[in-house]
Design a binder for this molecule. Structure first.
Ligand code: PYC
Length: 311
């Protein structure tokens, strides 16, 4: 199985170029559901140790069903498929350029949640992703967090569900990743216990804490907990989209105005929005990705850990 690895602002993506499971034909969302229901061992084997680690997001590359799209893609982690993933979309654009399949310019990718527009810049490393419409569902939801006390945040959709806490009670420094992970896991648990969900009962699987940036050129710094328990090394594309929805809803950022979001490791995305058709925002996320390897994964039937090490 050929895979191409990259990182976007520090967050890794593994594009599966060939050798993935047969998901049949039909709508991409149905094929993504099939990947999750029938092939989760495949997903885990690609992204987890011993071949990967829990921060890697997989991107299964498929032939597009529409002639105006450069590629179709299903994003996944070790637990499930992700409707959309900002950093992995930037990583995919740079990977397709590495493969010689696209050049600088405007491209469209099919994802399970719709068509995403991507512009690959002239340097071949920078890409701007126009995400799907994002919106805030609830403002100022307070939950009682075990061992900590009350925490207040907004619930918003950016292609995934997020709980966004404006003022992190823990300093957003790389040295604090363990306590930040512990706190965000507890916040997620508290949301589950209180029955607080996204639309249609969806699990809020990403938790985002905000605080002041270290770089004076940035507007804010964040820490993002991902569904599998890893933290996002990048400022998180879908998390930035959810943030833009909250900033717009509060009147804190005008359409077209730029916001620089810094991650907990100090990498940045430049983000902005235009108004959406349904009251939300259409975000644009600009970041940089670099290819780190072009490899073949081997699955020896005798290997007891061929489907990954799960904790
Ligand atoms: O960039 O949207 C993103 C993302 C989601 C999970 C990890 N990265």
């Amino acid at each position: 199985m050929r895979v191409i690895d990259s990182h976007t602002a520090g967050e890794p993506t593994r594009v599966v170029v060939d050798g993935g499971p047969d998901l049949g034909s039909g709508p991409l969302a149905a094929r993504a559901a099939r990947l999750e229901a029938e092939h989760i061992d495949f997903c885990a084997s690609v992204v987890l140790e011993p071949r990967g680690h829990d921060a890697i997001i997989g991107a299964l590359l498929l032939p597009p069903s529409r002639p105006d799209c450069a590629a179709a893609v299903i994003f996944f982690n070790n637990l499930r498929n992700l409707g959309m993933c900002g950093h992995a979309t930037i990583g995919l654009a740079v990977t397709l350029a590495h493969m010689g399949r696209i050049g600088p310019g405007q491209h469209r990718f099919e994802t399970p949640v719709g068509i995403v527009e991507v512009r690959l810049h002239e340097d071949g490393h920078t890409a701007s992703v126009v995400n799907i419409e994002s919106y805030r569902l609830h403002k100022d939801v307070t939950v009682e967090v075990e061992g900590h006390g009350p925490v207040t945040g907004d619930v918003a959709w950016g292609g995934n569900w997020f709980f966004l806490v404006k003022d992190s009670p823990i300093a957003l420094k790389a040295a604090n990743i363990r306590p930040l992970t512990d706190l965000t896991l507890r916040i997620r648990k508290a949301l589950e216990t209180a029955g607080i969900t996204g639309a249609d009962g969806a699990w809020i699987d990403h938790i985002e804490l905000f605080g002041p940036p270290e770089d004076p050129a940035a507007n804010s710094r964040n820490f993002v907990l991902c569904p599998g328990g890893a933290y996002d090394r990048s400022p998180c594309g879908t998390g930035c989209s959810a943030k833009l929805a909250c900033l717009a809803a509060e009147g804190d950022l005008a359409p077209g105005e730029e916001w620089v979001q810094e991650s907990v490791i100090g990498s940045t995305y430049r983000i902005s929005y235009r108004p959406g058709e349904n009251g939300g925002v259409i975000p644009t996320i600009t970041g940089q990705a670099f290819v780190t390897s072009d490899a073949h994964l081997i699955f020896d039937p005798a290997d007891p850990y061929r489907t990954g090490i799960r904790s």
